[in-house]
Ligand binder design. Structure first.
Ligand code: UDP
Ligand code: MG
Length: 160
């Protein structure tokens, strides 16, 4: 079994979650899983960053509504680090349509909508790297020793 690759991924806490007071509950899921928070900030998204971030959806009829929703409050951007974390966070997030997302996933437990599905999570290692850069400047991603890692990973995984 490969020991894994240390990765970083982007999560955005969307306006529906901000309005519903779910930031703490959502963040707890990632903390409890054993992931390491290396960046976090609240920010208002402009049209340009949304066009870039949702470039794969820019020509869809729902894009204007999505952009309006994503600008209805600031979002909270978080960068989480861990072994193979991009895939892990997608699993914890659940599928796009909240009302069909697996119970136990964040979308499965906290959302009913396709658009208002509480968080964004990067969907591939390449996109995660681009998205972390899109939302964080170099100095906003922090390196530190996470003391509980000795209880999260086995010794050989820590040295992967
Ligand atoms: N979205 C939407 N209507 C759709 C598909 C997507 O409003 O029919 C929104 C929704 O908020 C989703 C985001 O666009 O989370 C990005 O879509 P994507 O297909 O990348 O889904 P995700 O990666 O977020 O699961
Ligand atoms: Mg996506």
């Amino acid at each position: 079994m490969p020991k894994g690759v240390l990765e970083q991924t982007l999560v955005l806490v969307k306006p529906d979650a901000i309005q519903r007071g779910l930031f703490g509950a959502i963040t707890s899921r990632f903390e409890q899983k054993g992931l390491k928070l290396v960046g976090v900030k609240m920010m208002a998204l402009d049209e340009a960053v949304l066009r870039e971030h949702y470039a794969h959806l820019a020509d869809k009829p729902f894009f204007p509504g999505l952009a309006k929703f994503m600008q209805s409050t600031p979002v909270i951007a978080m960068c989480w680090e861990g072994l193979d974390v991009v895939n892990t966070v997608r699993k914890i997030t659940g599928i796009t349509k909240g009302r069909e997302a697996e119970a136990g996933s964040i979308r499965g437990d906290f959302s009913m909508s396709v658009s208002c599905n509480v968080i964004h999570a990067s969907d591939s290692v390449a996109n995660a790297a681009a998205e972390v850069k899109r939302f964080f400047k170099g100095g906003e991603i922090h390196g530190y020793d996470k003391s509980e890692y000795v209880n999260v990973y086995a010794e050989d995984e820590l040295n992967a």
